[in-house]
Design a protein around this ligand. Sequence first.
Ligand code: ARG
Length: 462
Amino acid sequence: MSKLWAGRFQKELDREADDFNSSLHFDSRMFRQDIEGSIAHAAMLAKQGILTETEGAQIIEALGGILADLESGALAFDAEAEDIHMFVESVLTERIGDLGKKLHTARSRNDQVAVDLRLYLRDECAEIIGLVKALLEAVLEQAKAHADTIMPGYTHLQRAQPITFGHHLLAYCMMLIRDCGRLEDAVKRMNQNPLGSCALAGTTYATDRSDTSRALGFDGYTRNSIDGVSDRDFCLELMSAFSILMMHLSRFSEEVILWSSWEFKFVELDDSYTTGSSIMPQKKNPDMAELVRGKTGRVYGSLVALLTTLKGLPLAYNKDMQEDKEAIFDSVDTVKKCLRVFAPMIRTMRAIPENMYAAAGKGFINATDLADYLVRKGLPFRTAYKIVGQTVARAIEENVVLDKLPLETLKEYSPLFEEDVYQEISLETCVSKRISAGGTGPCSVREQIAYVEDFLSERSGT
Ligand code: ARG
């Protein structure tokens, strides 16, 4: 394909160099946004008298035809084209002759690619936010079903204090709500129109950037033409938000993997989200969770790759910036794929409350509550803490849990221990007495559920 810029050159581009330079194989996915941007641009040129009404209308009609043909498959991408912008423009010129060549008046590929990418990512973000909400619903459903299911809570992966499985899952709901917020914020900042920045300096034509902004659904236009074409902050912000989201999914995956091991057996994953081993017949592997954990590295990698690409670039556009697309596209694809399997994997996961309860009964998980018991009887917390430390040591020595130490033994450490102590340190009491706001007590868990439900219903329309 001869280059649209061929005029000042005597020789053709070397074949290998041509391939190296071409971005069509990855930027063709923005064909809709590219055409949408061109239609808005042509309409504005006509309104401003830069094109005649008829010229504008003919260009717009032909662009509509190209879009329809690409969508139906009647028109295939020409692998020889340098990028999606050049491809659409050359098909337009093939179809309507010299008039097609007028479309690029008062525009550059530099502002064109910036606008295409923003439009594309805006659509993708809406889809991703929807997928995060679908996952949030799945987690919430499990949290509601297990609002009273007692399990051990951990710090340092050591049994720490009893909690409910519902409370634990609600922690992930809070993370996912923040993830939605981060994505919405990034989209808000991204939704400014760079079209009209042209190559870098603006244009001598009397364009109307407010018009294209309105037509393309932007909240306004970028204020500095150099920034308009050089800025890729919106990609970095999105990739940061994706990285944090993936980090949450990865931590969740790690727990699902641990919980489904024989060592824990707190949950059983559904057959449809697990795989077998080619050699060990007994295996049921949590591959989906492992892959989500693994793919997190890849999303971080793209963020760091683009940050690094951009860090030494002088203003304004440099071809290095073409590298933005593979990084952000791969992140978008990866995040979507992960969310699509993660939500049903959580929805179909079966909790095993007996095992959680049995594990919570071990590990002196009610030691804090035993100390709180003494505090309620008047001892300072530090003193109570020390006494309980001694009773734990005694229980370990006798190979029993705290609840099984006889009252006479407890009394050796403090005369304040009475018969009611056993009731006070039962797992049920430990959980139900955690009445502080945001704690694992039933009242707080109910409040958290209501908070997540409110979030989902208020925003379900977006
Ligand atoms: N394919 C290019 C990119 O993705 C489009 C912009 C090219 N601009 C230029 N002046 N060569 O960045």
